[in-house]
Ligand binder design. Structure first.
Ligand code: UT7
Length: 331
């Protein structure tokens, strides 16, 4: 199969991370865990935690401004703003609308997309479709996550895994040179929703004293089941994204996977046939920042020169829903 001609390209990327670093030892002071357990089981050494007054929309705005600067795009040129977040600042309006007003992209339509850790990949594909349909030429795709706000800080099995941050990408109509999104393969399976979810606080179980007392508004996860599904689904998504692009694993210069657990990353890379020296890893520094993980890793990889003009990247993610997906992108 021939490699398809991309419809859109990634014109610029950006990231924002809160300054506050929380180490495993810091967590071990407030719950029954240890640096040794966390590093061995997850690969995480530390994560960033945003202060209470910092909104996801503000983190996303910082990341978006950097991406727009690199792309040479002014706020008024943005046709569509898609914000993926599992931690909206408020239930209404969308975090995207708050971000639109901070950025000043007044000519855009703005909305949130909820696909948990796979959100950035889904959002890139939605932006691609919007541009392909001729509805606009410039999309701003932002992932902004304040996971610390939905964690149960008394549950050591989840509290040690997550962190806060935001990443962004400017997506623009491709210039015909072959640079851009080559392929994607995204799926979800709602039958497995309750492996990773927040049972209360929504319309089904509105916020009440009982919901608060029982912590039912906070994140719950069946870690082992999620682990197994993650490896299986991400491996399959990588295979299909490669196939759709007419590529093989040896064509990939860098795999940029979702960063939930180093053991999941290693298993996925092994299955995909990509050696670890071609895999970007920052889970040690940030933990799992849900959908912000992939765009932050992507931006760092570009900054470090591990991705540059002409290189071919594959990105893959997995999360609540369940949702998963993979994409191949030529820079
Ligand atoms: O973004 C996508 C969403 N999330 C994920 O992808 C996460 C997927 N799952 C995982 O990464 C792993 O399953 C975890 C890191 C969550 C857990 O690792 P595991 O190797 O599957 O451990 P486990 O859940 O089987 O627990 C093993 C032991 C248990 O003790 P017992 O029952 O063997 O005595 C836990 O109670 O480790 C205990 N444990 C801890 N001990 C110290 C669980 N959390 C901790 C902790 N510190 N933080």
């Amino acid at each position: 199969m021939q490699t398809p001609m991309p419809i859109v390209e990634i014109a610029g990327t950006g990231r924002f991370l809160p300054d506050n670093v929380v180490t495993n030892d810091d967590l071990a002071k407030r719950m029954d865990t240890s640096d040794e357990w966390i590093q061995t089981r997850t690969g995480i050494r530390e994560r960033r935690i945003a202060p209470p007054e910092l909104w996801a929309a503000q983190m996303g705005t910082e990341a978006a401004r950097k991406a727009m600067e690199k792309a040479g795009v002014e706020p008024g040129e943005v046709d569509i703003l898609i914000v993926s977040t599992a931690t909206p600042d408020r239930w209404l309006p969308s975090t995207a609308c708050d971000m639109q007003s901070l950025i000043g992209c007044d000519n855009a339509l703005a909305f949130d997309l909820m696909a948990a850790c796979t959100g950035h990949l889904y959002a890139l594909t939605m932006a691609e479709g919007y541009i392909a349909a001729g509805r606009g030429e410039v999309a701003l795709v932002v992932a902004a996550e304040k996971m610390s706000a939905i964690m149960d800080w008394d549950d050591r099995s989840t509290a040690v895994l997550f962190g806060d941050g935001a990443g962004a990408a400017v997506v623009r109509k491709a210039d015909g040179s072959g640079r851009g999104i080559l392929s994607s393969h995204h799926r979800s399976d709602g039958k497995l929703a309750e492996l990773l979810y927040r049972p209360g606080g929504g319309a089904v179980e509105p916020l009440s004293q009982t919901v608060l007392d029982e912590g039912r508004h906070l994140l719950k996860m069946e870690g082992r089941e999620i682990f197994k599904n993650a490896v299986r689904s991400m491996a399959e998504a990588c295979d299909l994204a490669l196939q759709k692009a007419g590529l093989t694993a040896s064509d990939i210069d860098l795999l940029v996977p979702h960063q939930a657990n180093i053991r999941i990353i290693e298993a996925t890379a092994k299955y995909a046939g990509i050696p670890m020296d071609k895999v970007y890893v920052n889970v040690d520094r940030y933990g799992n920042m849900s959908s912000a993980t992939v765009p932050i890793a992507f931006d760092e990889a570009i900054e470090q020169g591990r991705l540059g003009p002409g290189s071919t990247a594959m990105t893959v993610a997995f999360g609540a829903g369940l949702t998963w997906g993979a994409m191949t992108i030529r820079l």
